[in-house]
Design a binder for this molecule. Structure first.
Ligand SMILES: [Zn+2]
Ligand SMILES: [Zn+2]
Length: 280
């Protein structure tokens, strides 16, 4: 058996190993039981993940033009958010959190009982399959929602236009959303793991990854570790694809993967936009 065969066999054994995540799960539930059982925990997790994960991109937005290595990955190198733009988005985000997320959190805390923590951890394979399943389901829901909000003028003007104030997105624009859009996204992110009957560890992993890929979609940089570069065959859109949506809003409605836009004929590559821009 050569090295490639033995490493594949090792991977398969790790993926199916029922007890690989058990020590971590046991440590979490024994040490942080009350926090993890609280209905507030998923909200605290996603809100804190959002601000922490925005920070590195925010630094790039503020000092990236003086940092040649970072600047080479900027999707629209001549466009950079101004201080007032960043403050506006921070203000909208703060408003949404105070008037929507906070009341929803209090309601959850008052009305939902603490959740039960299962004894058994998921296998790594269950966790990865659950996270991918949740991303695919959300991608489909948001594709339909997004398409309708661009095709029906009233929906666009009333709910979605605020997110299109910026044709060159940046990390803080991710949650520069109308309340209806934020509520819808939060609803699906909470409901989908229940529909797919995911383990809590899978649910929390999905929620954090979903926050990251949503920020990455808007970050304005196509770094070497960008998801679209890591996932082969153009299956995943990533920051370049969503950047095109902000430049050419009748294309690229799916937030993560590429297949729905390709099926419905709404897919556009970044190279196409660049050619159009340089010609005009
Ligand atoms: Zn966007
Ligand atoms: Zn849009």
């Amino acid at each position: 058996m050569d090295i490639a065969d033995s490493s594949i066999e090792l991977w398969i054994r790790c993926l199916g190993n029922e007890s690989l995540l058990q020590p971590m799960w046991d440590s979490l539930r024994f040490n942080y039981r009350d926090y993890l059982r609280s209905p507030l925990f998923p909200i605290v997790l996603t809100v804190s993940s959002y601000f922490v994960l925005c920070l590195p991109f925010l630094v790039c937005d503020i000092i990236g033009d003086k940092w040649a290595w970072v600047q080479q990955f900027k999707i629209q190198p001549s466009r950079r958010p101004t201080a007032s733009t960043l403050l506006h988005c921070a203000g909208v985000t703060l408003y949404n959190h105070v008037f929507l997320v906070l009341p929803a959190s209090v309601a959850q805390w008052l009305w939902r009982p603490p959740v039960d923590l299962p004894d058994q951890a998921p296998s790594l394979l269950e966790l990865i399959a659950g996270v991918i399943g949740n991303l695919l389901l959300f991608d489909f829901q948001y594709f339909i929602w997004h398409l309708l909000h661009h095709r029906i003028l009233w929906l666009y003007v009333t709910f979605h236009a605020i997110h299109h104030n910026y044709s060159s997105p940046f990390a803080l624009a991710t949650q520069c959303l109308g309340g209806w859009e934020l509520v819808t996204v939060g609803f699906w992110t909470t409901l989908n793991p229940v529909i797919l009957r995911c383990h809590l560890l899978t649910t929390w992993t999905f929620m954090m990854l979903h926050v990251y890929v949503s920020i990455e979609d808007h970050c304005g940089y196509n770094f070497p570790w960008s998801t679209s570069r890591l996932i082969p065959f153009g299956l995943y859109g990533g920051p370049s694809k969503h950047d095109v949506h902000h430049q050419k809003p009748n294309t690229n409605f799916a937030p993560h993967f590429s297949h729905w836009d390709k099926i419905f004929g709404t897919h556009a590559d970044f190279s196409f936009i660049s050619v159009v821009k340089y010609k005009s």
